[in-house]
Design a protein around this ligand. Sequence first.
Ligand code: ATR
Length: 293
Amino acid sequence: MQNIDAQTVFYGLIGHPVGHSRSPLLQNELIRQFGLNAAYMAMNVESGGLKDFVQGMHKAHAGGFNVTVPYKKDVIEELVSIDEAAQMLGAVNTLKYTDKGWAGYNTDLPGFRRALAYDGVSLKGKNVVLLGAGGAAMAVLAGIFQEGAARVLAANRTEEKAAELIGRFEHPGCMTETAVMDGKYLAKRMGELSAEPWTAVQCTSVGMLPHTEEAPVTEPEFYLRLETAYDIIFNPARTKFMRLAAEAGAKDFNGLRMLVFQGIRSFEIWHNVKVTDEQALEVLKLAEESFRA
Ligand code: ATR
């Protein structure tokens, strides 16, 4: 950590709880790499305290904040502007100081797209099966549409939520269908829709530590249809979903690059810089180590 002095600009994470966040580690590493006079800390803002905190921090000229659960929607009331991704998703995860007030951004969506590019995964013209329809699935689905997927089969335990999610976005040129989370049905429907291989993006919370032996779908015939399997979970580093996909011959990826690249995008917005893949690699290594420890 660099020396903190009277010129140091304050950045942070707002959420509840924030105790396990890797953002301070990653943001302070970037601050160090770029030689900035800034510091980043996690702020556990209690329920009901968001407005006072955000308004007070503007008066104190803090540089910016990441925003996480449960404040990504509520914080929108405190903004003077909102970027296109945040507007589209109805969720803000980044605030940047401006003279007039806080500007709001969503970096989950560009973070997901940069992670895909970094991993060499193209969704253009591809068949994509999306598992899950919660908050995390929303940014991912917007990204899948923007990448130009040809077909999206959106599966969720509660199918209506998948239909609601699909209905939020315009998706010209992309065929969509919803399904209930049933491996046998999904495998059959995927085969009927296209003989080409599929990319699956796993956006449910199933398989997260400590439930490492669970996967939202377990049927081998589902995994045999995949060429690529993306899990947004990053702890454990290899989920059961990823292991099943790999056993069936698909390439598997966890959500760590998504996590890291959304933070990197926030950093780029705050400091008006571009973080190269080489610089990102250092941050990724640190993130990986922090989960191994
Ligand atoms: P997040 O913000 O992490 O996406 P969320 O909005 O609560 O969290 O969404 C959790 C997702 O995991 C949902 O798609 C949820 O399915 P339902 O919409 O049917 O609740 C899915 N999920 C959670 N537990 C699950 C389980 N045991 N089996 C299948 N899906 C599950």
